[in-house]
Design a protein around this ligand. Structure first.
Ligand code: GLA
Length: 397
């Protein structure tokens, strides 16, 4: 795949690119906690995008989407959101760099890969992080990875209209092979935890449901959480976000809450506790206990936070009845996309057979299944081939 992207670049633009790889992500536990300043536990996975890129001496971005076979040129002196949905993620990043005072010279780009779109694996974050990293490298802006993550997140807010938290962009950029990352979304401190893949697999079951309500409902959930914080602040001035809230605090002010907002807030507070406990399980190597928390997370997302859908609920339910499945739940924003399943290697085949069959019977639809490997985050894969010497490209990974 990467070679095809490079070859396409050479044919289209008649020059040599550098190549950046950027990854999609999974999240083991800690859903809808990031924008509440809580904890998440994501990892970058081997669903990836490659960016072949080089300066072009103009003031335009010439971009080609390898997966969609579409080409577009944009004047970088007047960057604004466009009708071309895929280009918005790129332009959003350029706009952020410009806002931070950097001049972004013209460049040529071919990008593409194997992250299924709309499957909840954060293909958009991978696009944003890949380009942010590439431009920073290419033009020497000197920005750190965390700065790039924040810019990528802002690009999503301003050019895709989703008021996302920081998890997806963070995981895509900071992923580390065979490790999950616990991120404190308030302080942005993070810790890598080894994730033993010898006897277990992370299995993603793709409902192929792309719910059109996903972004509007997502923004509504944010507002509901904020409404809860506003109520609690009257009684507990130290509360800045649901991160500062305990179940007891919620309970004591229950009368003031609208029932829906109460359920939303309860879920977030419980999920935060689950992430912290799940990390202790990981440290002890107790994946059984870890898996139980994944099931509990799904229950909360289904009934209290209400961001699931029948297909996700069905898959989580079937998984629960399969021997060898330690935990299962919906993943990401919700309303479609994938479930994530923690499966014992010895039960893997039986599990995939069972869910595929059950899904087909129930929804008359096939079920794409991905076995995720945990890989490194965004990085340089290939520096430009020195033309004069004809030396082989230097592969850094
Ligand atoms: C989406 C957002 C993330 C996060 C998850 C839910 O993936 O982009 O910031 O809020 O939903 O955990």
């Amino acid at each position: 795949m990467v070679q095809d992207i490079i070859t396409t670049f050479q044919k289209l633009y008649n020059q040599e690119p550098i190549v950046i790889r950027s990854a999609g992500r999974v999240n083991l536990i800690g859903e809808h906690t990031d924008y509440n300043e809580g904890f998440v536990l994501p990892a970058a996975i081997d669903k990836e995008l490659y960016f072949a890129i080089a300066p072009n001496g103009t003031t335009s971005m010439r971009a080609y989407s390898f997966d969609l076979h579409e080409k577009s040129t944009f004047n970088l002196e007047q960057v604004a959101p466009t009708q071309t949905a895929w280009a918005n993620y790129l332009l959003g990043v350029v706009a952020q760099l410009q806002k931070a005072g950097h001049t972004v010279p013209g460049f040529d780009l071919v990008f593409g890969g194997n992250i299924p779109m709309g499957a909840g694996l954060s293909s958009s974050a991978a696009v944003e992080c890949g380009l942010a990293y590439a431009l920073n490298h290419l033009f020497g802006f000197g920005l750190g990875k965390m700065d790039l993550v924040k810019m990528a997140q802002k690009a999503e807010h301003e050019y895709a209209g989703v008021m996302c938290g920081i998890m997806d962009q963070f995981a895509s950029m900071f992923g580390k092979r065979n490790h999950v990352i616990r991120l404190d979304c308030r302080s942005l401190e993070y810790e890598y935890f080894p994730f033993d893949m010898r006897d277990y697999r992370l299995v993603l079951c793709d409902t192929q449901v792309k719910h059109s309500l996903a972004s509007s409902e997502y923004n509504t959930r944010r507002q509901e959480c904020e409404a809860g914080v506003t109520i609690l602040q009257k009684h507990y001035p130290q509360v800045n976000s649901l991160r500062d809230v305990t179940l007891e605090m919620l309970e004591s002010q229950k009368d003031e809450f609208d029932a829906v907002v109460y359920r939303r807030c309860t879920y977030v507070v419980q999920e935060n506790l689950r992430v912290e406990q799940a990390c202790l399980d990981l440290e002890r190597g107790d994946l059984e206990a870890f898996g139980q928390k994944m099931f509990a997370s799904h229950q909360g997302l289904q009934h209290d936070y209400e961001v699931s859908c029948p297909e996700l609920d069905f898959l989580a339910q079937v998984a629960r009845g399969c021997e060898g499945v330690l935990g299962a739940r919906m993943m990401g924003g919700g309303f479609g996309g994938c479930t994530i399943n923690l499966v014992r290697l010895s039960g893997l085949e039986k599990f995939t057979e069972t869910v595929e069959k059950a899904y087909l019977q129930q929804f008359n639809r096939s079920l794409p299944i991905y076995i995720a490997r945990i890989v490194d985050g965004t990085g340089l894969v290939q520096t430009a081939k020195p033309e004069a010497t004809g030396r082989e490209a230097e592969w850094t990974r």
